[in-house]
Design a protein around this ligand. Structure first.
Ligand code: ZN
Length: 56
């Protein structure tokens, strides 16, 4: 089990060991999160729907 932090509510999100980039997670707070893999680290960003650009 791996963990990342929910960017919306700030609580931990539990992820499978074999989680992959782009996987969508429904968190308890009601948001859908997209997994971002950065080397050995995992982070999450809010999923805004298919086909939308996520600008910085
Ligand atoms: Zn959350």
């Amino acid at each position: 089990m791996r963990k990342a932090r929910c960017p919306i509510c700030g609580f931990d999100v539990e992820l499978d060991d074999n989680v992959v980039e782009g996987e969508l997670i429904d968190h308890d707070c009601g948001v859908t999160l997209e997994v971002v893999v950065e080397g050995d680290n995992l982070s999450l960003k809010p999923f805004e729907g298919v086909g939308e650009d996520w600008g910085e």
